[in-house]
Design a protein around this ligand. Structure first.
Ligand code: SAH
Ligand code: SF4
Length: 352
């Protein structure tokens, strides 16, 4: 079966040529898909009935099969999808009061990076997603929002997997989010655990996309105990790559910090971080640790986080705490994993 979402405009024209259809049909079909964002061939009213029937039998619109969906009382939606080979991935949509609608999408089934506090890391790596599989997660939310008269405004590549470990597919999906879905580069964020060669490559990509780096610790001893990748690319190399990225692109970097009680919420870490980032065009995003099955630590206390932020301020480094989303359905940062829950285990949570 041909997946229509896999085809570029040119490839669709070619397919239609083989089918004896004029090339303007390709343009019409793409308008239905990416501008009007319909989810069935049946809705494509200006395509001849016979063409729609042929599309229906010989092609598909995407490959993600919805397995379960959970909705949080804050409006966050979490989806579990099955891929054609049986792999499972999750994606999340977060509505905000200021009308932003942010999709958090996965780039791999599982993750090979093994960060100790991350549910995806705890499950290990299954496989890379294709550009279309990455793109389609956002496409699905975009289509559903469109049908409700709403619009997907932001996309973050912060779901399952390490985007820069699947670099080409992630960048290709980002380009499609921009070109096909019309999402502005500044409304797209890619987050990496710190793969130095890819950060350097990304600096040359010419994209205005936001870059986030999962830092979480400011000394090699501490970071190495949380993020195995730090042994391959220690802080000195990582920060050098970040500085070069900023020099080259003129863009600010966001550093993510999962605040863990008694681990990286100490005054020592705050001072080390202040020294590390002093003078850099950056911002620190603090995420109180979300619980995961395989890591038995708690989130840093609010007071600790306030002190941490105050310490950073003495170095001229700004930091804010990210509001946690979807806590009642484990849809927060680092909580995505591919577990099938039976529908009657899904809590009935009324939307606020
Ligand atoms: N692989 C990429 C993107 C996906 S993870 C990366 O690691 O950057 C998205 C963010 O959630 C990362 O900053 C990650 O470090 C963070 N995270 C992972 N587990 C977490 C947890 N239990 N609580 C809070 N944040 C977590
Ligand atoms: Fe992978 Fe990111 Fe989780 Fe680390 S935090 S295991 S890099 S998904």
């Amino acid at each position: 079966m041909i997946n229509i979402y896999d085809l570029t405009q040119e490839q669709l024209v070619d397919l239609f040529k083989q089918w004896g259809e004029p090339s303007f049909r390709a343009k019409q079909l793409r308008e239905w898909l990416y501008d009007k964002r319909v989810s069935s061939f049946d809705a494509m009213k200006n395509l001849p009935k016979e063409l729609r029937a042929r599309l229906e039998t010989e092609t598909t619109l995407g490959t993600l099969k919805l397995v379960t969906e959970q909705s949080s009382r804050d409006g966050t939606l979490k989806r579990l999808y099955k891929l054609p080979d049986g792999q499972l991935i999750e994606s999340v949509m977060m509505p905000y009061e200021d009308d932003r609608r942010t999709a958090c999408i996965s780039t791999q089934a599982g993750c090979a990076m093994g960060c100790v506090f991350c549910a995806t890391g705890q499950m290990g790596f299954s496989r890379h997603l294709t550009p279309t599989e990455i793109f389609e997660q956002a496409m699905r939310f975009a289509g559903e929002l469109e049908a409700e008269g709403d619009r997907l405004s932001n996309v973050v590549l912060m779901g399952m997997g390490e985007p820069f470990h699947n670099y080409d597919a992630s960048v290709s999906a980002i380009r499609r989010l921009m070109n096909d879905l019309g999402i502005g580069a500044r409304h797209i964020t890619v987050s990496t655990v710190g793969l130095v060669p890819q950060i350097r490559r990304f600096a040359d990509e010419g994209l205005q996309v936001k870059l986030a780096i999962s830092l979480h610790a400011a000394t090699d001893a501490e970071r190495g105990s949380l993020l195995p990748v730090n042994k391959r690319w220690p802080l000195e190399e990582l920060i050098a790559a970040c500085r070069d990225y900023i020099d080259k692109t003129g863009r600010r970097i966001t550093f993510e910090w999962a605040a863990i009680q008694g681990e990286n919420d100490t005054s020592e870490q705050a001072h080390a971080l202040g020294k590390l980032l002093k003078g850099m065009l950056c911002h620190v995003n603090i995420i109180p640790l979300n619980p995961t099955g395989g890591y038995h630590h708690g989130p840093a206390a609010g007071e600790r986080i306030d002190q941490f932020i105050d310490t950073l301020a003495t170095y001229g480094v700004t930091a804010t705490v990210r509001v946690r989303r979807g806590i009642d359905i484990d849809a927060g940062c680092g909580q995505l994993k591919a577990s099938v829950i039976s529908p009657n285990e899904i809590p009935e949570v009324p939307n606020a």
